[in-house]
Design a protein around this ligand. Structure first.
Ligand SMILES: Nc1ncnc2c1ncn2[C@@H]1O[C@H](COP(=O)(O)OP(=O)(O)O)[C@@H](O)[C@H]1O
Ligand SMILES: [Mg+2]
Length: 265
């Protein structure tokens, strides 16, 4: 565990430091996983003709500092699971503990605060605001987080430098390559130092070499103590993660995708 209230947070972070890095020098296991999901179901439009069971009996534990891929074909429930892990949507049944906090016990405002503090989102299509410069895009979450104006630019410039874009701050998204745009989006996702990075098909719009650069960046973020959750349909992409879980028809399978449920523990 990090010593609460210990003074010096400035010991040579290799990259944006996670607020709660799990890798601890003493090598003791962190007792509270960043994600604990138990018997989770998601049913869209329950009790109507349009009812869809998108997730069924999902159990998943993710420790701080893991680089995990959730892999499955289109329609298997990946984005539904991401939205729940990201506190953007609620399950129909089951439990989700984010850092030990039962998300269902929070009201909307508390949930929003948890999301802002703990989760950075990265999407396939970048979701940058086209009329704003790279620097302004990266600065936005700082405004929501109430960081004083005078401090924002320096923090945002540092974040862009950490994704290798120090010299592109004044450019608008349409003046940047796809890989550069995704790196701006990653800098934005990390600007509040959220421990969890949730990436839904982050390389889906990129050529394979640029995609590899983004995946290498995720590895550096993991090394800096972030928890990286990568969602993909692509086995080659998933292979960059340290651990892969497979989702099919809304059910999760750990390890090799033999379509069999994991043996009971
Ligand atoms: N808002 C929604 N309303 C109804 N059904 C949905 C909704 N979102 C997703 N689904 C359905 O849930 C299933 C899983 O979708 P999704 O999580 O988007 O899968 P993936 O991201 O793996 O492609 C699909 O059958 C999809 O059609
Ligand atoms: Mg999806």
């Amino acid at each position: 565990m990090m010593a609460a209230g210990s003074g010096d947070h400035r010991r040579q972070p290799p990259l944006v430091p996670a607020a709660n890095p799990a890798a601890n020098p003493a090598g003791q296991p962190d007792p509270v996983p960043v994600v604990r999901i138990e018997h989770l179901d998601k049913i869209y439009n329950p009790g109507t003709p349009g009812q869809v069971q998108a997730l069924r009996d999902i159990n998943l534990v993710i420790q701080g500092g893991e680089f995990l891929a959730i892999m499955g074909p289109s329609g298997s429930g990946k984005s539904t699971l991401m939205n729940i892990i990201g506190c953007l949507d609620a399950p129909t049944a089951g439990r989700y503990l984010c850092d030990g906090i039962d998300v269902a016990s929070l009201d909307a405002e508390e949930r929003a605060r948890l999301r802002l503090a703990r989760i950075g989102f990265v999407f396939q299509s970048f979701h940058l605001l086209p009329r704003m410069s790279a620097l302004e895009n990266v600065t936005l979450p700082l405004i929501y987080a109430g960081v004083p104006r005078a401090e924002r630019a320096a923090i945002a410039e540092q974040a862009l430098a950490q994704v290798g874009l120090a010299d592109r701050g004044r450019h608008r998204p349409n003046e940047l390559s796809g890989g550069q745009q995704q790196r701006v989006a990653i800098a934005r996702a990390l600007i509040n130092s959220p421990p969890i990075l949730l990436a839904d098909e982050p390389t889906g719009a990129l050529d394979s070499r640029t995609g590899e650069d983004i995946l290498a960046l995720f590895k550096r973020l993991r090394d800096a103590g972030h928890t990286v959750i990568l969602i993909t349909h692509d086995a080659e992409v998933a292979a960059h993660a340290d651990r892969v879980v497979h989702i099919r028809d809304g059910a999760l399978h750990e390890g090799d995708d033999d379509g069999q449920p994991p043996p009971e523990a």
